[in-house]
Design a protein around this ligand. Structure first.
Ligand code: GLN
Length: 555
């Protein structure tokens, strides 16, 4: 029978509850336990799929096609836990279910209320997660204690502890100790208030983790323990990490967080903790080669780092494994449109065009793809980035100047990117996309094959538009190769230009599957290509395209 850990946060938002939950999952997996992690989000949207990336950051997609909160990306990067639709629920999704059931007469004439009906539904989401043969379920509660929105979740997890038994359920609370520079002190008062707020609801945290800029003295920990009524050995410090978020599992393990959790939940570890892979990773990060490469990201949600979170992480993972520091040059596509690509792209080692929706900045991205193609700069197009590469190639190489996507110009003369089915009558904007993992068959001998090393792969999708197969012949005749095809639908999933040192477009999102200790092959190859270009520019010598490609792929 599974045990449960609920993670709440107080004082301020953006404390890193997601990271802490993920790191905790990592520690428990390192003890041989099967761990599941889920997030309960207090907003009313049924899922984040309809939110602007500016509001909410990237939408993280699971294999089974759920559009979820970006914290799930942390869960996957830190653990091997199976993520799916049970891993993320929102207030909206829970009310949606309850209201539907009410309409179907599922409540037998009763008055439907927050307690017990909404809280019962919340508890059911947690119990469902545990049905997946897990030893531990970690449930992160989004929002901050004290918010109106998260109250039903907190009430539900309080009831959960009562019903399941206190030895099977524990509560971890994460707070901030603000550091007042003028007096050189950290303050515990907001933490005390936050724990007080939880107690009002009936939750007494078993573990308190405080975030802090500076390491604090034992007397401060003692004060927190005393005032918050939490044993001293259950008060842990999460100081801002020195080098990388991937230090976090080690930081928590050094303080014995896993031992305390195992003891509190009476869980028997299946093995001694082994975090050697994480230790090696952190070692590598610290001793990274000073050689740095600059990768331009030409997109439309550039201002907000979280909007392309998984892409940045995947580049970071690839950089660590290549022993190169990846510097991101984030470029607003509209600026490239206005000022031309040279101004922004002449010094970069590689160009990446990420996913996106709508027509703003599209011509800037097309200009960036053209610049990369014509100047032999490694180009990586992800989802929209593939579509951009195809439009550019069709216009400038195949001489079809009206080539476009019907997303941007619905009645364009040459729709090289089009909708699979006419979906204008569909009003549920959340449900019209190709979502989740689809198979792709890769042609041997291509760059795509070099990246994956296998013919049959599965990657996650989130888009409506597709390459229009009607134009495949002309694209191929001019030197663009469809190197990955969906074997079921015949849709093109990957394109490349063999004449170019490194030019790849993928219709899916490989960034969702990259982990720090297992960097994704496409990102590794891309970063290697950038590094080779940089080194070649430093030490110019004769080379041809073929030898460039093979050296970039470590052959
Ligand atoms: N807007 C494009 C589509 O819907 C690309 C989506 C994306 O990049 N995720 O097909």
């Amino acid at each position: 029978m599974a045990k449960y850990i609920f993670v709440t946060g107080g004082v301020v938002s953006s404390l890193g509850k997601g990271l802490t939950s993920a790191a905790l999952g990592c520690l428990l997996e390192a003890r041989g336990l099967r761990v599941g992690i889920q997030k309960l989000d207090p907003y009313i949207n049924v899922d984040p799929g309809t939110m602007s990336p500016y509001e909410h950051g990237e939408v993280y997609v699971t294999d089974d096609g759920a559009e979820t909160d970006l914290d799930l990306g942390h869960y996957e990067r830190f653990t091997n836990t199976p993520l799916n639709r049970l891993s993320n629920f929102t207030t909206g999704s829970i009310y949606n279910k309850v209201i539907r059931r009410e309409r179907e007469g599922g409540y037998l004439g009763k008055t439907v209320q927050v307690v017990p009906h909404i809280t019962d539904e919340i508890k059911a989401c947690v119990l469902k997660m545990a049905e997946q043969d897990l030893d531990v379920v970690i449930t992160e509660i989004g929002g901050t204690v004290g918010d109106i929105e998260s109250l039903p979740f907190l009430e539900a997890i309080r009831q959960f502890g009562l019903e399941q038994g206190r030895d099977r359920v524990m509560y971890m609370h994460l707070t901030l100790l603000p550091y007042l520079r003028a007096i050189g002190e950290v303050k515990t008062k907001p933490t005390q208030h936050s724990v007080g707020k939880l107690r009002e609801i009936g939750i007494l945290p078993d573990v308190l983790v405080y975030r802090t800029e500076v390491s604090v003295e034992e007397s401060v920990r003692k004060k927190i323990s005393l005032f918050c009524n939490i044993p001293l050995d259950a008060v842990f410090e999460e100081k801002d990490v020195d080098h990388s978020i991937y230090e976090l599992p080690l930081v928590l393990q050094r303080q014995g967080v896993d031992d305390l959790v195992l003891k509190r939940l009476q869980l028997s570890p299946k093995k001694e903790s082994d975090l050697s892979e994480w230790e090696a990773l952190v070692e590598k990060i610290i001793n990274q080669n000073p050689e740095d490469i600059t990768i331009a990201i030409v997109g439309k949600y550039i201002e907000l780092h979280d909007a392309y979170k998984s892409i940045y992480e995947a580049l970071d993972h690839a950089g660590i494994s290549a022993s190169a520091k990846v510097r991101l040059k984030k470029i607003e596509a509209e600026n490239v449109e206005q000022d031309g690509p040279d101004l922004y792209l002449k010094d970069v080692d590689a160009i990446l065009v990420p996913g996106g929706f709508g027509s703003r900045g599209i011509e800037g991205m097309i200009a960036a793809a053209k610049y990369a193609r014509e100047n032999d700069i490694p180009y990586f197009g992800i989802c929209l980035g593939l579509q951009i590469a195809v439009i550019e190639f069709a216009r400038n190489k195949c001489r079809m100047k009206d080539a476009n996507s019907t997303e941007f110009v619905p009645d364009c003369g040459v729709p090289v990117i089009g909708l699979m089915a006419e979906q204008e009558d569909v009003t549920d904007k959340g449900g019209t996309m190709r979502l989740g993992a689809y198979p792709c068959r890769i042609t041997k001998g291509t760059l795509a094959y070099k990246c994956y090393g296998e013919e049959d792969i599965r990657e996650r999708h989130r888009h409506r538009w597709e390459l229009n197969n009607k134009y495949l012949e002309v694209l191929e005749a001019n030197g663009m190769v469809p190197s990955g095809i969906n074997p079921d639908s015949n849709l093109v999933e990957m394109v490349e230009i063999p004449e170019h040192p490194w030019f790849l477009g993928v219709q899916f999102h490989p960034e969702f599957k990259s982990k720090p200790i297992r960097p994704h092959g496409v990102f590794s190859s891309f970063v290697q290509a950038a590094l080779s270009r940089k080194l070649r520019d430093k030490n110019p010598g004769p080379s041809d395209h073929a030898s460039k490609i093979s050296s970039e792929n470590g052959e």
